[in-house]
Each structure stands twice: as structure tokens, then as C-alpha cells.
Design a binder for this molecule. Sequence first.
Ligand code: 5CA
Length: 159
Amino acid sequence: MSYSLKKSTERVQAALNEFGLELKVKEFPESTRTAQEAADAIGCAVGQIAKSLIFKGKISQKPILIITSGTNRVNEKAAKEYAGEKLEKADAEFVLEHTCFAIGGVPPVGHIKPITTYIDEDLMQYDEIWAAAGTPNAVFKLTPKILAEVTRGSIVKVK
Ligand code: 5CA
């Protein structure tokens, strides 16, 4: 099946399979659209939810992925230091265009093209974390170390 015809969760599972790490998408009957809802459905702390947020480089117009702990907000001033340019929040259309996933289910991997990625250092304290898997009711569990490996993300202070 072609990339675009597969269901969003299947595209994420296919991307995860390529890492050969037994990472499995889990679908919930409840919403996992927000970090709080995801934590409630899973039964974990909000901080253990890895939020995949897409920003747009003000100069380059390139997408940048910042994966934050569920309780943190991105400090856009600090982001300029590591990203090398000012970042603006991407709109829904930009997110879809550059990831092929809709807001509320954007995963940290499996995007249509590779995206420069930064990871919140606060995620590194947990034994396990959960990330969105393509839709607003699908997630997968992994370790922060594996997140850094599979995304090739740089670990930074986001807040
Ligand atoms: N599935 C959950 C938890 S794993 C999830 O994806 N959470 S999230 O935080 O990573 O994605 C939702 C985020 O999308 C929000 O935090 C918000 O920053 C962003 N967002 C929501 N609406 C918009 C919008 N209209 N434009 C741009 N970004 C938005």
C-alpha cells in the first residue's frame, strides 16, 4: 500500500517496525488528544507524555520538531539559541503538509520527510514515556534514550 493510503496509525507502526525495537502502537477508546487526556487514558504522569510540537523557522521557513514533556511549554527565546533562528508556532496546515499527520496525533517519527528535532531534557528522567502515534487516540511507549536514538534529536532545555 502506498504511504498516503495507509491509515495514520499503520504508517507510525511501519516506521517503528523499521527500528526493530518491538515498539507497538496502542489505541485507546478514550481521547489521547492532549497530554492530560493521554496521561489519564494510559495511567501515567503528564510529564511522561512526549508532546511532538511543530514549529516553523522564521527565516528558513523549515519545520522544526520540539518534543517536550507534557507539563512543559517551549520557551521560544531559548529555542532561538539552539535552533539558530526565531521559531514561530506552525498552523494546522503547515503541520499536515510537513508531517502528513494532523495536530493531536503528530508522532515523533514517521514523518513524510525527516525533520530537525530537539528533545526536552526533562523527558530524560523517566524510565518510560509515551508519544502520539498518528491519531488523537493512539500512542506508543518507549524510553527517552530510544526517543533520542530514533529521532536523532538533540537534547536541550526547552522551558
Ligand atoms: N496526542 C497528544 C498527546 S501524545 C498530542 O499530540 N499532544 S500534543 O501536545 O503533542 O499535540 C497537541 C499540540 O498541538 C498542542 O499542544 C498545541 O501546541 C498544538 N496545537 C493545537 N492546536 C493547534 C493549532 N490550531 N495550530 C497549531 N498548533 C496547535
